[in-house]
Design a protein around this ligand. Structure first.
Ligand code: S3P
Length: 442
């Protein structure tokens, strides 16, 4: 594989075997840098994901006055400025491809009496920000943005932030986290009501830093989160566990290539992130959880994965928040399964790094897999194989790129992708890791 080339091709017929050291969780890495920057004193982070998305968040918090220093591979030190302590940056904050970095930092800036401009790449400029700006304006921030509230935009933070009760209209951890981060500077209680629970890393990390956060059930799948504002956040060491959303790619690679046998080490199994594992188990996947333990406040385990005969299943809409980033790679597993897999309630996939619902369907169709979109559902007609031979247009989306490369490991003919460069946003060593396990990318 030529490192300078953006176009990759996976050659089929290789099984994968070995032990994988999966990179640190992207969600937790962003939050570690941001919350570290909002404490007074030194936070040490180990296992930070050094992908482009997270590095951009690091640059943003540094531009706002925190000191951020790399001590060695995955080892970082952040000297924070305290809650509401960010200073007006002297340049625009560029979040590149990252919706998470951008939306969380909109929240963090909204609670400070400063003005900052937010910028991103062509993919991020297409993504909706109005959903975040609306509650931040209720808190007292003011956004200068185009009519549809997309990047680039300038945010003037609140001088006197107001604690709000926010009923989240979409299941989004980014939106919830933006409101929590802004609520840190408000006096009194900021309350967020979710009708479907989303990943809870912000709540957990706030509590780890000493904030008073209460999480209560709120009927059905919902939660009510109450944050007492203006806490003094105390610096705490953070250990970032391995990212289940990145682990998903070598994991499915092993499932669909007969004879494969992989160990994925220390994968985070936060129950709000394990929807893919639940689904794959229902499909008949041979995945064992070895040595379950706690790391950095999260449940983790080593996963042993072997090539498996999979069958199609129904994936309920209620499971979507716990596997929202995993649908492209699940669609690959579903292609190699026997029978129909129907994935329900995928509306939010339309506003990811690409329109992932469309991009996933086109990826499959161009490689000989029968697929349909019906409303917000994706239906894959699995026949235990894929013809391959297609060129996948990745639309600046790292997860489409990795899913397509995994597909090519087991398809009849090679699968090509137009651009591998965005893989570096979340899984910078994906190609060398996969090659080390036996994959052949050229
Ligand atoms: C994330 C939340 C999810 C997910 C994203 C990471 C987070 O986005 O897709 O990759 O770290 O909070 P939404 O909140 O838009 O669902």
């Amino acid at each position: 594989m030529a490192a300078e080339s953006r176009r990759y091709e996976t050659l089929p017929g290789r099984r994968v075997a070995g032990v994988v050291d999966v990179p640190g969780d992207k969600s937790i890495s962003h939050r570690a840098l941001i919350l570290g920057a909002l404490t007074v004193g030194e936070t040490r982070i180990s296992g930070l994901l050094e992908g482009e998305d997270v590095l951009n968040t690091g640059k943003a918090v540094a531009a706002l006055g925190a000191s951020v220093e790399r001590l060695g591979g995955g080892e970082w030190r952040v000297h924070g400025v305290g809650v509401a302590g960010f200073a007006t940056p002297d340049r625009a904050l560029d979040f590149g491809n990252s919706g998470t970095g951008c939306r969380l930092m909109l929240g963090a800036v909204a609670g400070c009496p400063i003005t900052a401009t937010f910028e991103g790449d062509a993919s991020l400029r297409r993504r909706p920000m109005r959903r975040v700006l609306e509650p931040l304006e209720r808190i007292g921030a003011r956004a200068i943005a185009s009519e549809d509230g997309r990047l680039p935009l300038t945010l003037r933070g609140a001088r006197e932030p107001i604690p709000i009760v926010f009923k989240s209209p979409v299941p989004s951890a980014q939106l919830k986290s933006a409101v929590l981060l802004a609520g840190l500077s408000a006096p009194g209680e900021t309350v967020i009501v979710e009708t479907e629970a989303t990943r809870d890393h912000t709540e957990k990390m706030l509590a780890h830093f000493g904030a008073d956060v209460r999480v209560e059930p709120n009927g059905g799948l919902g939660r009510r989160i109450t944050l007492v504002g203006q806490p003094e956040l105390l610096p705490q060491p953070i250990v970032v566990p391995a990212d289940p959303s990145s682990a998903a790619f070598p994991l499915v690679a092993a499932l669909i290539t007969p004879g494969s046998d992989l160990i994925l080490e220390g994968v985070m199994l936060n129950p709000l992130r394990t929807g893919l594992l639940t689904t794959l188990a229902e499909m008949g996947a041979a995945i064992e959880r070895l040595e379950p333990r706690k790391e950095g406040g999260e449940e983790v385990a080593d996963l042993r994965v072997r090539g498996s005969a999979l069958r199609g299943v129904e994936v309920p809409a209620a499971r979507a928040p716990a596997m929202i980033d995993e649908y492209p790679i699940l669609a690959i597993a579903a292609s190699f399964a026997e029978g129909v897999t129907r994935m329900r309630g995928l509306k939010e996939l339309r506003v990811k790094e690409s329109d992932r619902l469309d991009a996933t369907a086109v990826m499959l169709r161009n490689n000989g897999v029968e697929v349909e979109i019906e409303g917000d559902d994706l239906i894959v007609y699995g026949r235990g194989r894929a013809a391959g031979g297609g060129l996948v247009v990745t639309h600046m989306d790292h997860r489409i790129a990795m899913a397509a490369l995994v597909m090519g490991l087991a398809s009849d003919r090679p699968v090509k992708i137009d651009d591998a460069s965005f893989i570096a946003t979340s899984f910078p060593n994906f190609a060398p890791i996969m090659t080390g396990l036996g994959a052949d990318f050229s």
